[in-house]
Design a protein around this ligand. Sequence first.
Ligand code: C2E
Ligand code: SIN
Ligand code: SIN
Ligand code: SIN
Ligand code: FE
Ligand code: FE
Length: 640
Amino acid sequence: MKHARSLNANEILELVFIYLTEISSLRDHDDVIVILANMGRALTSSDRCSVWIADYEKQRIWTKVAHGMNPIELPMGSGLVGYSIASGKKIIVDDAYTDERFNPDVDKITGYNTKSMMVIPMFDNNDEIIGAFQVINNRGEKGTFDQRDMERLMLASTYAAESIISAMLAKEVEDTQKEVVFTMGAVAESRSKETGNHVKRVAEYSKILALASGMNEKEAELLKQASPMHDIGKIAIADSILNKPGIFTSSEFEIMKKHAELGHSMIKNSDRPLLKAASIVAHEHHEKWNGSGYPRGLSGEDIHIYGRITAIADVFDALGSDRVYKKAWDDEKIFNHFKEERGKHFDPNLIDIFFDNLDEMLSVREKFKDVYKDGKSREKSLKNHIKILGAYGTRLKGFGTTSFLLNETNVIDAGNLISPLEEKCAIIENIWLTHSHLDHISDIAYILDNYFAIRKQSLTINALPETIKILKKHFFNDLIWPDFSKIKLINSDEMAIKYSEIELNKEYDIGENESIEPFKTDHTVPSSGYIYKKNSDAVIITADTYSLDNLIEIIDSRDNITAMVIECSFPSYLDALAKESKHLTPKLLFSSLKKLKKSGIKLYINHIKPMYLKTIIDEIQLYKGKTEPIILKDSDIIEF
Ligand code: C2E
Ligand code: SIN
Ligand code: SIN
Ligand code: SIN
Ligand code: FE
Ligand code: FE
């Protein structure tokens, strides 16, 4: 037996390219599936690859394509393939003969000796299992299959599933071609854990913009079909980067940026107009009008119109969608971003066209919206959650300061309420303050001022007695801002503001099965963090602090705390400043956390000073050890 070494990323691309080029010239579904089986075999360095089909009427599974043997049929549920088809599970087996699910009958008939095996079930668009993709006997040194082989086989199997479905539905041949190409985009997309609807929406948006900018119907349709492939190069990006649940470090982003050039080189050699258009889209969708994009830094009309259109379609959809690394933005923030980036990131003319055709864009978004499993909206489908209204330690364009929305009427801190909540500010009843610093209190002033006339009840400021004293003396003192505790609301007999002193380590109810409990923290002014409890779980929020001793003691002594939010304001080289101003750096944070005995508590980091964001993110990587911290951004949601 030949020994094949495992393939590197370039070799994989080469292979995918060769096979896809071959497929794009085929006219018959069965031929397409044969080539896909060859591709599956090559990508996983295996000896044989078989494509199995489930026939639910006859209760049989049969091989549509099988290397080195005649077509074969088995009863439904038989063997490892049968198991995979019945359960929908992917399987990797190192030695089939030691696995009791294995059916040795096939070997008996063919005289072949099966050892390692990998099976991936194939699904149709309704999530019904239509068959399975199977590879046997890895020809590498180890002779077994691993997770990487699995990912590569997934590629081939997804295309195969599409072809089989098309064949079953006896669709037009030309349709299959489109479908396969479309699927290529969807595969890149699905590996990155995003919904298939993303590529549909990007396709539709691109066509709307293309037509409105004067492109003829035929070319606009071509761009519509090509645009879903903009991120095809992501198939070559490692999973650890592609699906990283947090913000990239600079070096991770450099690697991700390669997807544009990679996608381009995968398909640039094809003569088919569709793949030609797709290669332009893959190459140029991250170029920016002012020349600051990648990979080539092209500017203005040097960027192909396909690239300029797809850029808008892609970003419009990305900003409005949840990603593993960020939450969806609301529309106003998206539209402001587009206005702001007109002539910078985006072609100014196309931005005007975007706004002129906004209704049509929005109806596409509605038509292909992401559906969550239970059919509910995103936030309603969440478990206990806290919405981060502002995540950062100071104000800078695009960055909000500290605020946590616990429920409709209760927030912790008031650094950023006005812009994310808008009129919903008027129904906030309780602000629970951690301390008196401006980045934690500033929006109290504005929510009283802006929504004074529509407020129906007082706003209660819950804080330590010292903090309340400071607010009365230095803020709501009729000098800096009116003393709202003496001003009556218009629609009520109550005063606009009420103060309520909190006691440390006392639990306050804020809803049904919902409470908040202050605990002492270590800052330059009197300060507290909060334990927010809902049903049986709790999250501990520190606010600004230098020492973590009290926090650690609380977490170690209680069983219901599943997550902690801790600040990290400065980079480690500013540790003198951090100590002086009683804040943490990545180095201090992770060395203090070593004292924590409990494991498995999720760590969220906030209060980063935005101008050090990149440095701090890089340092967190450096010091985090085995923990997997999540760096909070504005409008993130903590689920617990
Ligand atoms: P994507 O998530 O599909 O985003 C596509 C483009 O939409 C981004 O290109 C960017 O121009 C825009 N975009 C998306 N989210 C935001 C946002 O929160 N703020 C702003 N200002 N723009 C946003 P970009 O930046 O070149 O990124 C390309 C791809 O790299 C992204 O595709 C995503 O897959 C990945 N990526 C970028 N940054 C991160 C990150 O911090 N963490 C992770 N895990 N992935 C990232
Ligand atoms: C099995 O899936 O267990 C038997 C079928 C085969 O060896 O290909
Ligand atoms: C940005 O504005 O580019 C990101 C900051 C945020 O998510 O608020
Ligand atoms: C704060 O404590 O966040 C404000 C003072 C500082 O940035 O050091
Ligand atoms: Fe991209
Ligand atoms: Fe502070």
